[in-house]
Write a protein that binds this ligand. Structure first.
Ligand code: ZN
Length: 361
């Protein structure tokens, strides 16, 4: 592993405050969206990854951290199968250097410990949906709402940045307002939670890394499909001081937010409770869920970690990925995410299902 910097000397606490920096710096170059309406994106969007010159690598990591690192007390890493685990160890710049060099791939959480967001991301998981996101970006640009398009393995993302951290609920209201006004369907909004109640919440791939599954990296692009800037270094520079959403447009879209659907399903009969439990189990894998609470190490069959339910000194908690279950070899039990939550919270099945529905659905 080529980690060339010392986390302490380059530690994030020495970084300038992103807000005061953002206020002083001129905005990044305007994003140019050609006037054409929707069209299919050329497949060249997976541009070649131009390596960052070694002398500029540290500064690139600092720039990337300034805008994209939300949690510093823990971090997320992508596994080779494309999923993420939460590593309960502090973030440091060495991790970003390894991310930029492609040795590891990090995720970034959407909400900080105070449940505040600095950006929202619309996620389209296939090409047709991504082309609607490209159209959305073009429309928003005409309304002076700046957005940044990023390719992903199957579709892509549209990032919208705020000038300062704002409560996750407001960020989501703003995003839902946009989805509602522009009638976008099948596009996911991150953060998925308005507020953290347990665990670090939703995450998205940290930009400019290599997707562990495809082995490719994906650039930020303009609507024509061309990279936002010629080099990776220049893209990072632009994104570290992005154009941000202004108050007037923020307030407008927030006021367009649709009303929350009534969560009647939580109160209904035993029959619907069993349906609810199936939906909970289908909404997250055991590996994804438990990785938010336990520091896990990948194994051939899934992952292992210290069991949180007994005084564990050697990793007794096994997670079988294919079977989608957990098990403590020391006898604490095992099963689904609901079984895990019952033990974690010390509650019964009904209480666990009710809590998990609020957390996950
Ligand atoms: Zn145990």
């Amino acid at each position: 592993m080529v980690v060339v910097c010392d986390a302490d000397t380059l530690g994030l606490r020495h970084l300038p405050d992103p807000l005061t920096q953002a206020a002083r710096k001129p905005p990044a170059a305007a994003i140019y969206f050609p006037a054409n309406i929707c069209y299919a994106l050329p497949s060249m969007a997976r541009a070649e990854r131009s390596p960052i010159p070694q002398p500029e690598l540290s500064q690139a990591a600092v720039d990337l951290a300034r805008r994209f690192v939300v949690r510093r007390d823990l971090h997320a890493r992508q596994l080779n199968d494309g999923r993420y685990i939460c590593v309960h160890k502090p973030f440091h710049l060495g991790l970003l250097l390894a991310h930029l060099s492609g040795e590891i791939t990090l995720g970034t959480y959407l909400l900080d410990r105070k449940s505040q967001a600095r950006f929202i991301v619309f996620d389209a998981d296939d090409e047709p949906k991504f082309s609607t996101l490209v159209c959305l970006a073009q429309t928003l640009a005409t309304e002076n709402v700046p957005g940044y398009l990023e390719k992903s393995r199957r579709g892509g993302h549209l990032w919208l940045f705020f000038a300062r951290p704002i409560p996750g609920k407001l960020a989501r209201d703003f995003g839902r307002g946009i989805l509602s006004v522009h009638k976008l369907e099948g596009v996911e909004l991150f953060p998925k939670q308005s507020e953290l109640s347990s665990g670090p919440g939703s995450l998205i791939r940290m930009p400019f890394g290599v997707h562990r599954l495809s082995g490719e990296s994906y650039p930020f692009i303009v609507a024509s499909g061309e990279p936002l800037a010629a080099s990776l270094r220049e893209q990072i520079r632009l994104l570290s001081f992005p154009q941000t959403v202004r108050e007037a447009e923020f307030d407008y879209y927030r006021s367009c937010m649709p009303l929350e659907p009534i969560r009647a399903d939580l109160e209904e009969s035993q029959h619907s409770k069993s349906t609810l439990s199936e939906r909970i189990k289908g909404s997250v894998t055991v590996l994804e869920f438990i990785s938010q609470y336990v520091d896990l190490k990948p194994t051939n069959s899934g992952a292992i970690g210290l069991c949180p339910f007994h005084n564990d000194h050697k990793p007794s908690l096994g997670i079988n990925d294919r079977g989608n279950y957990w098990h403590c070899f020391a006898g604490c039990g095992g099963g689904t995410v609901i079984d895990f939550w019952m033990k974690w919270r010390g509650c019964d099945f009904t209480a666990a299902v009710t809590e998990l529905a609020k957390l996950l659905l």
